[in-house]
Design a binder for this molecule. Structure first.
Ligand SMILES: Cc1cc2nc3c(=O)[nH]c(=O)nc-3n(C[C@H](O)[C@H](O)[C@H](O)COP(=O)(O)OP(=O)(O)OC[C@H]3O[C@@H](n4cnc5c(N)ncnc54)[C@H](O)[C@@H]3O)c2cc1C
Length: 260
């Protein structure tokens, strides 16, 4: 069972995140960057599948130079190798471009049975890249999984939806995106960290991956951020002292906010 895991390096949610002034792209240099937590869960799930079914786990990442730190973390958890798409022309790519580029990279890897991704990245929060990767590859997609099972050439997932729990099945190869409840990711061991330093990381340029530069990047995107402004500081709350009519004033307040 050869599993590819799509991982993304994202700004640490604890650090202040900014957009650059000129083109409103994410200012990645000014913040601490980490392997997205949902992607740690995706890596964990792939490792569990390998432990049961054998095969290899390959990390695929697209991002700027420092994304190698996120790749090393995934390798130190236990993944076997990585393919890293890194090219200045990718800067500012939107979700559609990102998904097409990732699908190209998956296409360069031999005998992939399953692609595992996070359901939503912490920074862009588009929540659509896995589905678009599946569309580009022409493979079935099972999204928002909280369990993943493999039986023969079939993958099954339990998907948590607003209306309840769905059980979905698809033929391999397929793309699965995982939700937060899927598992608790393991911590990299000291041995794992040392071993990761020697694991192969294949760096691909756009040309290596067979991607035309006119299909990616800020200038060629289908969506563009025209304007941005920092979130206004929080207003002080309104304190109501209960003098006997507190309940009524609370309901009036909620009604004024159109919350009841
Ligand atoms: C205002 C604004 C400015 C932006 N500026 C930039 C910018 O300058 N540079 C930039 O790179 N992005 C930028 N983005 C984000 C960019 O558009 C998205 O990050 C990207 O297109 C994918 O969307 P997402 O990460 O939200 O995907 P989601 O669909 O939320 O991601 C789900 C999963 O897909 C996989 N995935 C997503 N992206 C990658 C990746 N790169 N490599 C491997 N796996 C991946 C992961 O498994 C992830 O958990 C910006 C977004 C906004 C809103």
């Amino acid at each position: 069972m050869n599993v590819v895991v799509l991982v993304k390096q994202v700004p640490d949610t604890g650090s202040e995140r900014r957009l650059s002034g000129s083109d409103h792209a994410l200012d990645r240099e000014s913040t601490e960057a980490v392997l997205d937590e949902i992607n740690e869960r995706a890596v964990e799930e792939a490792l569990r599948i390998r432990e049961t079914h054998g095969g290899e786990v390959t990390i695929v990442c697209m991002g700027p130079g420092r994304a190698t730190e996120a790749i090393r973390k995934a390798l130190s958890m236990g993944a076997d190798r990585a393919v890293y798409l890194c090219d200045e022309a990718l800067r500012g790519s939107d979700a559609v471009q990102t998904a097409k580029a990732l699908a190209h990279v998956v296409g360069t890897i031999e005998s992939v049975d399953l692609v595992v991704a996070g359901d939503e990245a912490t920074d862009g929060r588009i929540g659509a890249v896995p589905a678009m990767v599946a569309e580009s590859l022409g493979w079935p997609q099972l999204t928002h999984a909280r369990t993943v099972g493999i039986e023969g050439t079939t993958v099954t997932v339990e998907r948590e939806a607003d209306a309840g729990l769905m059980r979905l099945a698809a033929s391999l190869p397929a793309v699965v995106s995982v939700a937060e409840k899927i598992n608790e990711p393991r911590y990299p061991s000291f041995k794992g960290i040392m071993a990761a330093k020697k694991k192969p990381v294949q760096v691909l340029s756009l040309a290596d991956a067979g991607i035309d530069a006119s299909e990616v990047g800020l200038a060629n995107g289908g969506s563009r951020v025209l304007e941005s402004a920092p979130t206004p500081p929080k207003q002080a709350g309104q304190r109501v002292t209960d003098d006997g009519a507190g309940g009524v004033r609370l309901v009036e307040f909620l009604a004024g906010q159109k919350l009841v």
